[in-house]
Structure formats: C-alpha cells, structure tokens
Design a protein around this ligand. Structure first.
Ligand code: ADP
Ligand code: MG
Length: 291
C-alpha cells in the first residue's frame, strides 16, 4: 500500500470510529490469523448483575449479604458493584470495613465488625483451605447456566454461593460471525470460571477458550496462541494492557480504561466488537488499494 492509501484508509477508519494509532497496524491486520477476545467488558456489557444467592444452613441471608457487600464497597471489580447494588436494593445497612485486601485473580478479603470475610472464585476458597462442601456443586450448576459462581466465607466457614451474570452485548454474536466469515480463528481469554466460559463460548461459536487465567497469565496465553499465526487481541481493562502490548495488533475498546487505550495499536470508539470487523474490512481495502 502507498503512504497515500494508508492515509486515506486511516481517515476513513476514523470516520467509522476506528482509530489506527499506528499506521502499520493497517498492514499487520491483513496477516492476522487469530483474534483473541477478553470476555468481561469486551464480549459482555461488563455490568454483571447478582442472579443467585444461596446461603449455608447456619447463616442468615441478610447478615451475609451486608457483610459481603461491605467488603465489596472497597473493590473496583465490576462484580463488586453488582453485589453492593443488590444489598442497597434490599435496603441493608452496609457496615464499614476495618482492613481490606484485594487478591488479584482470586477475589477480596476484609475484616468487618470483627469477622473475617473472603469473597471470590473457588480457587480463593481452596487457597485458604475453606471446605466448600456441596456448595462446589451448587457453583458448578450456576456455571452451566453461563453465570459466574462466587463464594463467600465468614470466619473460615463457607457462607454463600453468589451467582452473577453479565449480559452479552447485543452486537457481539454478529461480530463473531463476521470474523469467522473473514476466515479468522476466534479465541476468548478470561479469568472467569471454566464452566461459565465454556457455556458463553458455545453460545457465541467461539473456537478456543482459555479460562481461569490470572492477569499475569494472559500474556502467556497469547504467546501460546501466537504459535498458530499472527494474533490480534481485543480488551478493555487495566490488566489487559500487557496482552495488548504482546499481541501483533492490540485493539482497545474505547469505553475501557486509559491504560488499555494508550497501549493499543487500534482503538474502537464505539465499544462494540463491530468495530473490530470494520478494522479488518478497511485494512483489506487499503492493502488491495481499493478506494
Ligand atoms: P476477570 O477480568 O476475568 O474478572 P480478574 O482477575 O479481575 O479477572 O478476577 C478473576 C476472578 O476473581 C473473577 O472472575 C472472580 O471470580 C474473582 N474476583 C475478583 N475480584 C472479585 C471481587 N471483588 N469480588 C468477588 N470475586 C472477585
Ligand atoms: Mg475486561
């Protein structure tokens, strides 16, 4: 492609809400074989809602929810907002937190009203030696419905299984079908539960699922996928920045975090995956010198 056609292509892309921050990304996109997508906030709306709350026999629902919500007021994870909203809707008074720690990729822990509270993925419970009893099955059943199971422990005892569900963006299914039409392999990378990820991937016809990935594991997951050919990664979060840098073409969702946007080669202004399809389209036209 000539410098002029690249300029024209970059301009046309911008009109469609696709910002090429690096001109050579127009060229690199043509060599891409695999498109890897972050799940939360990229494929899904990134605004989960609490759908299930199963309480262990010796605990009281409103008491568990207010303690768990207290911990979550300190977390910036979208799951945290869903839990706090659920407690607020039920008009529970949420106590203040004494100490708080976020365990990246696992969940959160805090001390509230003298109680030790843990909220997070099953691996957080295992890490801290919490006996989940038959709640492990309860959580797995939620995963089969495409919901994400979380677990809460109070003073070392399992207290609740919490289901949250993050709706798929309405434009996502058609965008994935269009990527397939372009002959691309589509992969999904997520820190979420394997069962939940599998259900969502099957619904969307995604070819490869990499689940339960810790934030620092995203780069390794991409390196493995890059053995299949050049790779574009689409993400929105702070912890997607290393993956965006590792990808041959990093594509950030423009409604995402600044760090992601600054690291990306391409930025989608709309926040919709349709923008990824437009980016491939325009790159194809420019490289074939079609006006
Ligand atoms: P993801 O972007 O896939 O959510 P994270 O590394 O942020 O990846 O989180 C991994 C997992 O840890 C989540 O899927 C969830 O199970 C758990 N987790 C993280 N933060 C919280 C939180 N504030 N409350 C409950 N669970 C959490
Ligand atoms: Mg995300």
């Amino acid at each position: 492609a000539t410098p002029t056609s690249i300029m024209v292509g970059t301009g046309r892309a911008a009109e469609m809400g696709v910002l090429f921050r690096k001109g050579d990304a127009l060229q690199s996109l043509q060599e891409v074989k695999v498109v890897a997508l972050d799940k939360t906030g990229t494929l899904t709306a990134g605004r989960p809602e609490l759908t299930d709350l199963v309480i262990a026999a010796s605990f009281v629902e409103s008491e568990v929810l207010r303690l768990v919500a207290a911990v979550e007021t300190q977390s910036e994870h979208p799951i945290a907002a869903a839990i706090v909203r659920a407690a607020t809707t039920r008009k529970l008074d949420i106590p203040t937190v004494d100490t708080f720690a976020s365990i990246t990729g696992f969940g959160v822990s805090a001390s509230v009203e003298g109680h030790n509270i843990l909220v997070g993925a099953d691996r957080l419970m295992r890490r801290d030696g919490i006996d989940m009893g038959d709640f492990a099955d309860t959580g797995a059943a939620l995963g089969k419905k495409g919901r994400s199971p979380l677990y809460a422990a109070i003073d070392g005892r399992i207290a609740a299984v919490i289901g949250v569900s993050d709706p798929i963006k309405p434009t996502t299914p058609a965008a994935i079908a269009a990527l397939h039409d372009l002959g691309l392999t589509v992969a999904m990378i997520t820190g979420d539960n394997q069962g939940t990820a599998d259900v969502i991937a099957r619904e969307l016809g995604i070819d490869i699922v990499v689940a339960e990935v810790l934030p620092e594991g995203k780069v390794d997951a991409l390196k493995a996928l890059q053995k299949q050919g050049k790779l574009a990664f689409v993400g929105d979060g702070i912890n997607d920045a290393p993956a965006l840098a590792q990808a041959d073409v990093g594509i950030a969702i423009g409604t995402g975090t600044d760090v992601a946007i600054e690291t990306a080669d391409v930025v989608l202004m709309s926040g919709e995956l349709t923008g990824v399809v437009n980016a491939f389209d325009i790159s194809g036209r420019v490289m074939r010198n079609i006006r």
